[in-house]
Design a protein around this ligand. Structure first.
Ligand SMILES: [Zn+2]
Length: 578
């Protein structure tokens, strides 16, 4: 019996640590560099490199904070990618969410690489390329089949099916010369997904059993205990809401959440309603997904927006954009009575099947205010299952950690507190604390069979984009706008006589955003006195160069305003020496 106990113990130990079978005499090295998505939620992009090959995993965008005036979206700084010239570079896409593909057109305007992904993800990128005048770049597309390994440079990559809030989402198994890497990308473990395609956990187990060097896993919901609920529960809520609704139903969600949209459409049809899809991204996504066969609802159930009045209210289901309170989106325009076709009325039911993405809370709240003022019935959070997350909670994170049981663990996708919490979960699941690293954007780590360590920091950051023209906004413009918004502006125009060292005519001083209008005159007078005194005390040499005087005036006025008003305004002196 003793022998059997010992043997069982040996087998158990080996089973619990499959990574111990990794050959540690292997000297190959790989490097991993997140350039977006760490220290933040969204904007995901990372580079995984060997000696000869680099793969860029996702090219996502993110949203600006309220200090970035006039900025619509943020894309990662691509500087580091320009340094990869000597390697074979490929873009590897995990799924079609904006925070994973939104920056692809901006990347392709700078650098072009072969790009690999599932059909939906590439179809969504193609839509973007068309909008940006990059239609020809679809020649870089490589459509992948799940469960198949692709030789890409010196790596072998398999796309493994994930359940998530968009279909055709995948995780990656990457066999590199140094060992196998698993990158979960975004996932939840939904055992009853709408299309029946569960997460491909068997492939996780397969690679886990062979020994995985490093796991990168989604940390978005690492503070949530338990499991994230199945997408299916939302359908039951929709049933209840459609039964309660007497008039029109207007449902808003993320335009990429096809299963959510499909569930609403299916319930609508069941309740005898015609479907009207409104909003540019919603129309485009529904169209793309119907064309690819992912939304199987017959044409006869759809109507155009101008046909809505032909039907009675209880025969209408509107599916629309704007669940994040975006001001330009259809739902907000309906709420403010600016929508050309849909005028809200108190008998309408508006379903918001989403939660506010961090940073959007205020705009969602403002949307709710407007909707409630109109008097419509708003269905939002009082039904707990009106929305479920697409990201794994702790028990799902544990499942992946246990299936893969890697040697090294890098929690990704999240701010420091999210990845830090995920690291704790990993330690509970048997990963050695010394084999976990908490990274930020721009950190570069080297991974070998023996160690995981940070080796350097590369340039990372964000480029600002104006959506009106899809163009970059330079950093200094945004800085100037911040300064203007926070501290105001002072302009000083003067003519100075070189011979008399005096101001000729009147000084023109204007200030905005520093003191109240009624105090403007007094404040401007004070500055005028200051500048005049300075000019009188100046020497003739200095008056030769207007730049020197301007700099001196700027310094003087800044000192005065900081002392008296505790502000740092933009100061623009313009001096003409005559
Ligand atoms: Zn996602």
């Amino acid at each position: 019996m003793r022998a059997s106990i010992d043997e069982n113990k040996r087998v158990q130990d080996a089973r619990m640590n499959p990574w111990k079978s990794i050959d540690i005499t292997n000297k190959d090295k790989i490097r991993f560099t997140p350039l977006g998505g760490l220290g933040e939620i969204g904007g995901n992009m990372a580079v995984l490199e060997t000696e000869t090959t680099a793969i860029i995993i996702d090219v996502g965008m993110s949203f600006p904070d309220e200090t970035m005036h006039g900025v619509d979206i943020l894309v990662p700084d691509f500087s580091y990618l320009h340094t990869l010239k000597d390697k074979d570079v490929f873009v590897i896409i995990t799924h079609g969410h904006e925070d994973h593909i939104g920056a692809t057109p901006y990347l392709f305007k700078e650098l072009k690489f072969p790009i690999y992904g599932t059909p939906l993800a590439l179809a969504m990128i193609e839509n973007k390329f068309n909008e940006h005048g990059l239609s020809a770049d679809s020649k870089y597309f490589n459509f992948v089949t799940k469960r198949k390994q692709y030789q890409i440079g010196d790596m072998k990559i398999e796309w493994m099916h994930n359940t998530h809030s968009i279909i055709d989402a995948c995780s990656l198994a990457v066999e590199t010369p140094a060992g196998t890497i698993i990158h979960t990308a975004d996932f939840k473990v939904d055992h009853t997904p709408i299309d029946g395609y569960t997460m491909d956990l068997r492939r996780y187990a397969h690679y886990g059993e062979k020994g995985v060097l490093c796991l990168f896993s989604d940390s978005t919901n690492s503070h949530n205990a338990g499991f994230t609920k199945s997408e299916k529960v939302v359908g039951n809520t929709f049933n209840t809401l459609f039964e309660l609704a007497k008039g029109r139903v207007i449902m808003s969600t993320f335009s990429s959440n096809v299963h959510r949209i499909f569930q609403a459409m299916e319930r609508g049809v069941k309740h005898g309603r015609k479907i009207c899809v409104i909003g540019r991204s919603m129309e485009r996504n529904v169209e793309t997904n119907r064309a690819l066969g992912f939304v199987d609802i017959e044409d006869k159930h759809f109507i155009e927006v101008h046909e809505v009045p032909k039907y009675s209210d209880n025969e209408i289901l509107v599916i629309t954009t704007g669940s994040q309170g975006e001001t330009m989106a259809a739902l907000n325009r309906m709420a403010t009575d600016e929508h050309r076709h849909i005028k809200l009325k108190p008998s309408d039911t508006v379903i918001i099947s989403a939660s506010a993405i961090p940073g959007n809370e205020a705009s969602v709240s403002s949307l709710m205010n407007k909707l409630m003022k109109v008097g419509v019935t708003v269905r939002y959070k009082e039904f707990t299952d009106i929305h479920v997350s697409g990201h794994a909670a702790q028990e799902e994170q544990k499942l992946i950690l246990r299936l893969v049981q890697p040697k090294f663990f890098l929690p990704v996708h999240g701010e420091y507190n999210h990845i830090s919490k995920h690291a704790r979960t990993a330690v509970e699941c048997g990963v050695d604390e010394r084999n976990i690293l908490l990274m930020g954007d721009g950190d570069q780590v080297e991974i070998t069979t023996k160690y995981l360590k940070k080796v350097k920091t590369v340039k990372s950051g964000k480029t600002y984009i104006d959506n009106q023209n899809n163009k970059t906004i330079e950093n200094d413009i945004v800085l100037d706008r911040q300064k203007l918004a926070e501290d105001g502006i002072i302009t000083i125009v003067a003519q100075v006589s070189q011979s008399s060292q005096k101001v000729v005519g009147k000084l023109i001083i204007n200030t905005h955003g520093i003191v109240a209008n009624k105090d403007d005159k007094k404040f401007e007078k004070e500055i005028e006195g200051l500048v005049e005194t300075m000019l009188l005390g100046g020497n003739a040499d200095k008056l030769k160069n207007h730049r020197d005087i301007e700099n001196e005036i700027r310094a003087l006025v800044r000192k005065f305003v900081v002392r008296t008003k505790k502000r740092y305004p933009l100061i623009i002196p313009t001096i003409f020496v005559v």
